[in-house]
Design a protein around this ligand. Structure first.
Ligand code: GDP
Length: 453
């Protein structure tokens, strides 16, 4: 493989910047562009050692730096690697990178260092994907989940299931291939029990997928309610800025306004919508249609009601729409005299939160209600094993095969025929870990990475 180089630190000014060079000629490239102050030549440096010196392009001195050398296979990529830590200026780091490129390195593509770690067998595909999850983690829960996967939670579980399937395949093969030997016939009942164990383990792998997705990607949340109940005020209060126009005139918000908001340890992908009510105004009507569609698609609906007024037909219409969805009823305007009968909402088993968006009072109760709605405090991080759609698809496909096998055995299918399906279930697990995958899948996984990682 060629020798690649990239700036691994963000494309911004900072304390330090790191230029990473990896590949067969990494040390040779480093030797050409780094002049150590000490006597030891770069080519004589052992792995895990540093040297102080100057990054140069030909005779031109660019910056004083630290060079760290890692020797294959004991490096992130599994190859010889040199890392030059220089002052964190955009221009100086680009100059040092250019010097590396002028001296035999090639520009690294997105995620190419991690891709090499995968291709060199340092990590499997699930661990590689977890690296990106660690980088994009915005809070404690996301980080914990990504760390678990980085340590191989998904890989280890997939391997364990894979071994069970291989054992079953081995038993079937021994019986089919050596009929003359005294190998006992595979008992369908025993086989079914073994496969049902595998089925349960696969189910466990996907069980917490949705909780994990919500922590990683945020909760798509729509704020609905009839006009003038305080939706835009709540939206602004949560987003910490005046994105939505607040007025006393009903029907002001016509389009959807969206903002990503951090509430406690969760991200809400928040949308403020037009007030839902019957209207003859064509443009307002279009807004109401979008609001209704958003309501159907969102993970969470925050339905806002005006605590100062009794419930109306439009309110009941909303209550009926949200009663079977994950939803929270916000009874807003708690700062004014209360005239709303909340029992009518509570009887539909919808959580109720009283707050005043205008006074920014009660927001923490809303946070608690959201955490309760999604049972965020009860998530079992150890069992979140599918971290993205790709992984979930592999597990789902494997699970489907196992279920098909169980049905086939129960309906008296020949054991020869079910072997094919068990083998297929195993192949999907190899796809999950990346042990058997296509270049297209690998390219797609790493294209989501940043350059330098
Ligand atoms: P929307 O049409 O549902 O988006 O409602 P707005 O956010 O535009 O608010 C309508 C009116 O209610 C405005 O005059 C707000 O100042 C007022 N309002 C919003 N929240 C509160 C609140 O918590 N208390 C009081 N007293 N008034 C509020």
């Amino acid at each position: 493989m060629s020798t690649i180089a990239a700036i691994s630190t963000p494309n911004a000014a900072g304390g330090i910047a790191v230029i990473r060079i990896s590949g067969e000629n990494a040390v040779a490239v480093a030797e050409k562009i780094f002049k150590p102050v000490g006597k030891k030549a770069v080519s004589e440096m052992s792995g895990y050692t540093c040297a102080y010196g100057f990054a140069c392009d030909g005779d031109e001195r660019l910056d004083d730096c630290i060079l760290t050398i890692f020797k294959a296979p004991h490096s992130y990529t599994g190859e010889d690697t040199a890392e030059i830590s220089c002052h964190g200026g955009l221009y100086v780091s680009k100059r040092i990178l250019r010097a590396a490129l002028n001296n035999g390195a090639e520009n690294a593509g997105a995620g190419e260092f991690t891709k090499r770690a995968f291709l060199n067998g340092k990590i499997d595909l699930t661990r590689a994907e977890a690296v990106m999850d660690i980088i994009s983690a915005k809070g404690e829960r996301e980080l914990k989940m990504a760390e678990n996967l980085r340590e191989g939670a998904a890989f280890k579980k997939a391997k364990k299931i894979s071994e069970s399937l291989l054992k079953i395949l081995g038993d079937l093969a021994a019986w089919a291939d050596y009929p003359e030997e005294d190998i006992p016939e595979v008992d369908p009942l025993h086989l079914t029990a073994e496969l049902e164990c595998v089925e349960r383990e696969l189910e466990l792998l996907v069980k917490n997928y949705d909780s994990g997705r919500i922590i990683r990607e945020g909760i798509s949340t729509v704020i609905v309610g009839k006009p003038n109940v305080g939706k835009s005020t709540l939206f602004n209060c949560l987003s910490g800025c005046k994105r939505s126009i607040v007025t006393d005139i009903a029907g002001t918000t016509r389009d959807v306004i969206e903002e990503s908001v951090r509430l406690g340890d969760v991200t809400l992908c928040l949308a403020d919508t037009a007030g839902i009510r019957e209207t003859s105004d064509i443009i307002e009507g279009m807004g109401v249609d979008i609001a209704r569609k958003k309501l159907d698609d969102a993970d969470l609906v925050i339905a806002v009601f005006d605590g100062g007024c009794p419930l109306t037909e439009d309110d009941f219409d909303i209550i009926n729409k949200i009663k079977n969805k994950k939803s929270i009823a916000v009874i807003n305007k708690s700062d004014v005299e209360q005239r709303l009968d909340a029992d009518k909402i509570a009887e539909k088993n919808i959580q109720i939160v009283y707050l005043s968006a205008k006074e920014n009072d009660g927001i923490d109760m809303l946070r608690q209600a959201i955490e309760k709605e999604f049972q965020l405090n009860e998530i079992d991080f150890d069992n979140i094993s599918a971290a993205n759609e790709r992984q979930k698809k592999c597990i789902d496909s494997s699970l489907k095969c196992v279920r098909d096998v169980i049905i086939a055995i129960k309906s008296g299918e020949l054991l020869d025929a079910v072997t094919v399906l068990i083998d297929e279930a195993e192949q999907f697990l190899l796809e999950l870990t990346g042990e058997k995958t296509t270049d297209a899948v690998v390219d797609e996984v790493f294209s989501r990475f940043c350059v330098g990682k």
